[in-house]
Design a protein around this ligand. Structure first.
Ligand SMILES: [Fe+2]
Ligand SMILES: [Fe+2]
Length: 134
């Protein structure tokens, strides 16, 4: 079941960022799909590890980009990334301790990601556009 559906409203126009965002969408959808095989099985573990890997890669690319652009809201943006990353890591810890994770938590993560792209990421996109106009 796709819980994150890509649409043009998520497009930043920055090719590497859009590619990584799409990979994150695919990762949360893969995680949602893995629930079919049970909530505490290996497929969930693997999908979650896949999501954490892509999130780490993406956050680091984005933070580097914002640094290069001298984006003034870098610190608060990084705090949001750290929070999302913590949420995903907490799920990993829970799973490792034998506590199954739920579909609700996965949907929450997917929603958080989509809101982050749509609102927080678009902040630096507007900033870059404005900067290029000058
Ligand atoms: Fe992003
Ligand atoms: Fe971001």
């Amino acid at each position: 079941m796709a819980i994150a559906i890509w649409s043009s409203r998520f497009e930043t126009g920055i090719s590497i960022i859009d590619t990584q965002h799409k990979a994150l969408f695919a990762a949360v959808n893969k995680l949602a799909d893995s629930f079919k095989a049970g909530t505490s099985g290996n497929q969930v573990k693997e999908s979650l590890a896949f999501l954490v890997k892509h999130a780490a890669e993406h956050f680091s690319t984005e933070e580097k980009y914002m640094q290069e652009m001298n984006y003034p809201k870098l610190t608060s943006h990084m705090a949001e990334h750290a929070q999302m990353f913590r949420m995903a890591q907490e799920l990993q810890t829970n799973l490792a301790e034998g506590k199954p994770i739920t579909m609700e938590v996965t949907i929450f993560l997917a929603d958080y990601l989509q809101n982050h792209i749509n609102q927080v990421d678009m902040g630096y996109v507007d900033f870059v556009k404005e900067k290029n106009r000058k």
